[in-house]
Design a binder for this molecule. Structure first.
Ligand code: FCB
Length: 439
């Protein structure tokens, strides 16, 4: 049996996002977000589930920190809800919202858990959507103001700041296929949004650093490896093209200073959203890159191969292919000059069963995590500077358009009683963290 050892300063964490766990959607002065509006619109989310209550984390955060402590997490990645602290997105501040995150951060630090804070995990204030949302350039400047407000209050205690979670998903799911809030389906809008997100990122990094020069600023990208179906040149070319079109846009603009040419070909009228000076603003030097990765694309000259014969699939319909994570990390490392990497999300939804004794023997999730963490160890041996790993997710939660039908947690949430139960994967993760070793 091979043992894979991690150094003591390797960061072991778990991740969540505000809308997926907090609930309390209209309490204590919180404003409406685009996800409130979207989930309250019949037919948008499976079973018309909403995040109104979710895991009730807004009220149960103390208990949730106790769970993190029990697992032995070094770090907790969470997001703050913009409309909780600025109900209309700008202007009037909601002190109760800031107080909530203040208490949460203090609670984490008291428990010895490092907060990794994300400013935007998809819940734009609805009031800003009504003024054009991310399709409007002004929103990028308002985002920087929001970042400045948050860092002013929390920057003395929170060291790791992430601007955006998965800009690609915001642009594509929110504005191209419309499966996520705000449910727009329009390609030119999606690319305009992509650019405004990047601009907002650059402006926010400047605002964060202006207030707390020594904080660590980064962004989280969704990256799935693209493997070629075979070694023949046509398949390899097809896989390269697929990578460029689905995976490279944000890496290119953040780390090479320009958008890939395919964007300009696609937007025949040019890329009007891009103004002089924007690319320099976007290219702020970052302290870390967060990578969210769950699966891969297998591509041949005939297109994407799905399902891949013989492969295991999760409840999301995502192929389990752990070695692709190592290949991805090596590809990123070879093709871009990157800051240190954190795996900010990795995990799996499976249909869990609660046994008669109340336990959840989630072997498949446990195995998924084991395999992927082993590949992270191998990527580190290959020379990729990966500093930490966050399981998605700490808790079962609201999985966007799937509602509560997909469970990613290492802790089970009974949505009727809000009871939390550590699954076998959580017990296993606790032992892994304690030993720094995966077998
Ligand atoms: C990622 C999201 C996260 C969660 C996982 C399964 O794209 O960042 O909120 O939904 O997928």
């Amino acid at each position: 049996m091979t043992r894979y050892t991690f150094p003591p300063d390797f960061v072991w964490g778990a991740a969540t996002a505000a809308y997926q766990i907090e609930g309390a959607w209209n309490e204590d002065g919180k404003g409406e977000s685009i996800w409130d509006r979207f989930s309250h619109t019949p037919g948008k989310v499976k079973n018309n589930h909403t995040g109104d209550v979710a895991c009730d984390h807004y009220h149960r955060w103390r208990e949730d920190i106790a769970l993190m402590r029990q697992i032995g997490l070094h770090a907790y990645r969470f997001s703050i809800a913009w409309p909780r602290i600025l109900p209309a997105g700008a202007g009037k501040v909601n002190p109760a919202g800031l107080d909530f995150y203040d208490r949460l951060v203090d609670g984490l630090l008291r428990a010895g858990i490092q907060p990794f804070l994300t400013l935007y995990h998809w819940d734009l204030p609805q009031a800003l959507q009504e003024r054009g949302g991310w399709a409007r350039r002004e929103t990028a400047y308002l985002f920087a103001d929001y970042a400045a407000l948050a860092v002013k209050r929390l920057g003395d205690r929170v060291r790791y700041w992430t601007t955006f979670n998965e800009p690609a998903v915001i642009a594509n799911h929110g504005h191209l296929n419309g499966e996520h809030a705000p449910g727009i389906q329009d390609a030119p809008t999606a690319y305009t949004v992509a650019h405004h997100l990047m601009l907002a990122h650059g402006l926010a990094v400047q605002a964060l650093r202006a207030s707390a020069p020594s904080l660590q600023a980064g962004i989280v990208l969704s990256q799935w490896m693209v493997d070629a179906a075979s070694d023949n040149p046509q398949d390899r070319q097809a896989a390269d093209n697929y990578w460029t079109e689905t995976e490279s846009l944000y890496l290119e603009v953040l780390f090479k200073g320009h958008y890939p040419p395919f964007v300009y070909d696609l937007l025949q009228a040019g890329f009007p959203a891009v103004q002089a000076g924007d690319l320099a603003t976007i290219g702020q030097k970052l302290d870390y890159l967060g990578v969210n990765s769950y699966s891969r694309h297998l591509v041949g000259a005939q297109g994407r191969i799905e399902p891949v014969p013989g492969s295991e699939y999760t409840a999301m319909g995502w192929e389990v292919c752990a070695p692709a994570l190592r290949r991805l990390l090596n590809k990123l490392n070879a093709e871009y000059k990157l800051p240190p990497i954190y795996i900010t999300e990795n995990g799996a939804a499976f249909e869990d069963r609660v046994e008669a004794d109340g336990q959840i023997h989630d072997e498949r999730r446990l195995d998924y995590l084991r395999q992927h963490i082993q590949q992270v160890a191998l990527a580190r041996q290959d020379g990729v500077d990966v500093r930490g790993y966050f399981v998605w997710s700490l808790l079962d939660n609201f999985e966007w358009a799937h509602g509560y039908s997909k469970r990613f947690g290492i802790v089970r949430v009974d949505y009727d009683t809000q009871q939390r139960t550590l699954k076998d994967s959580a017990h296993w993760y606790r032992r892994l963290i304690a030993s720094g070793e995966v077998v």
